[in-house]
Design a protein around this ligand. Structure first.
Ligand code: SF4
Length: 444
């Protein structure tokens, strides 16, 4: 039986694409393997969000070719789309599939690389995929591309115009995951708010359809640009299956910087959006991305950003230190800052972010919430085992239980009792704890 090895760098979207190709390869009789040295085909889904990500992509391609020179190597993703010629010249690469042809990747593998399909081994539609990165959660790519041109962004260049998947193909994929026991999906895309712009639909209608036509227990959103959200969007959260958290990239708290970034959402609109969410949805958690050290960022603008962030409050902040990305407008802007200044600002923002995160976690205490416990537990010196999961509003939480309990992939009501560093500590009523036959053979 032919085996395919799939790996990705970068964003959740690249993850979601791997999951779909795994299902497609199995449908033509391939076995999905987690071991590169065991594969006849290897697929690398590359990233190019920064120059460093592109360098890492080349490194990964070379690493897997060295591991298994006999296998056919398929390279795709943003690096392969932006540097197609260069990717083709890397030793061991047999096929480069640019982003706009990703939907045909498996078919191209067969056609161009003359890799036979094995109908006899093909999995039945709906048969369990053995690939899911974790059995609790699946990333669902609903659209690709973006019509906007933020000046720091290479993704819009690499992934092209907006393209939405049909509602039915998304529903079918989710129902397949539900059949495999997945409890939670994460709706992912490049510009998720733009879903449906090209097929006369929108994100509100899509989520309504998912709620009506699937049994998926929990629905989350990956990163969503804070604009183009359809009318009445936050009404969706009235359904407890739609979890009260959104990651809304702000990027800067100074309108003058947002203008140089060509961002569609300025500070006032952002505050209004967050206010609407918090008013309509109890316990709504907002997390965000901030770029520090954008070209021309003055001390005054950075002070504005800190003050604005403190005024809004965030459950978590991903902090990116600006680095020029060739092929973007921002890389050619005057006023590129020195690394020392960028580093110093990043440290100051990390301090504020840590403070706001503590405040957000403190506000969760003494609540009882439905936590999805994930993955395999960790053994503690005291013989207990520690499971980690996420609250509905996406705060990380752990619980320590006796080894005879297996909480993985269980949604259990959990009392949030203490803030412990970057996580909350939880307690699950003993009556709630699902017993296993024998103590779990645990990773140490
Ligand atoms: S909206 Fe997002 S994906 Fe689109 S150009 Fe801006 S940063 Fe890039």
């Amino acid at each position: 039986m032919s085996k395919v090895f799939l790996t990705a760098l970068g964003c959740r979207l690249n993850e979601a694409e791997l999951q779909r190709w795994a299902q497609e390869y199995q449908a033509i009789g391939y076995q999905v393997t987690q071991r590169a040295d065991d594969a006849s085909v290897m697929v690398v889904n590359t990233c190019a969000v920064t120059g460093e990500a592109a360098r890492k992509s080349r490194q990964v391609i070379r690493k897997f070719h060295r591991k298994n020179p006999a296998a056919k190597m398929v390279v795709t993703g943003c690096y392969a789309s932006l540097e197609e010629q260069q990717a083709n010249e890397i030793l061991g690469v047999d096929l480069v599939v640019p982003n706009e042809q990703k939907d045909q990747l498996v078919a191209q593998t067969q056609a161009v690389l003359d890799i036979p399909s094995m109908p006899a081994m093909a999995t039945e539609p709906g048969a369990p995929a053995i690939f899911a990165r974790n059995k609790e959660r699946a990333f669902i790519k609903v659209q690709d591309g973006c019509r906007y041109r933020c000046t720091f962004c290479i993704v819009t260049v690499a992934r092209g115009e907006e393209k939405s998947r049909t509602e039915q193909s998304i529903i079918d994929e989710i129902n397949q995951h539900v059949a495999e026991g997945v409890q939670e999906i994460v709706i992912a895309g490049v510009h998720v708010g733009g879903y449906g712009s090209d097929i006369d639909s929108d994100l509100y209608s899509l989520v309504k359809a998912i709620l009506a036509k699937t049994e998926i227990a929990r629905i989350r959103f990956a990163s969503v640009e804070p604009w183009d959200l359809p009318e009445g969007f936050f009404e969706l959260f009235a359904n407890p299956r739609v979890l009260p958290h959104m990651h809304l990239p702000l990027q800067s708290g100074a309108d003058s910087v947002l203008r140089r970034m060509a961002r569609r959402c300025k500070t006032q609109e952002f505050a209004q959006l967050v206010n609407t969410a918090r008013t309509q949805v109890p316990g709504f958690n907002v997390t965000t991305d901030i770029i520090v050290g954008f070209p021309g960022e003055t001390e005054q603008e950075f002070a504005e950003t800190l003050a604005y962030i403190e005024s809004v409050g965030f459950g978590h902040i991903h902090i990116f230190t600006y680095s020029p990305r060739s092929g973007t407008k921002a890389a050619r802007l005057p006023g590129q800052l020195d690394n020392a200044t960028k580093k110093q600002r990043s440290q100051r923002l990390h301090q504020l972010a840590a403070q706001l995160k503590q405040q957000a976690m403190q506000a969760q205490l003494n609540q009882q919430v439905a936590v999805l416990w994930e993955g395999s537990p960790q053994v503690l010196d005291n013989g207990l085992v520690r499971f980690i999961g996420h609250t509905p509003n996406y705060h990380r939480v752990y619980v320590d239980v006796p080894a005879q309990y297996d909480l993985s992939n269980q949604v259990l009501m959990t009392q949030l009792t203490r803030v412990d560093g970057e996580m909350l500590e939880g307690q699950v009523e003993s009556a709630e704890l699902p017993k296993t036959g024998a103590p779990i053979l645990l990773q140490s």
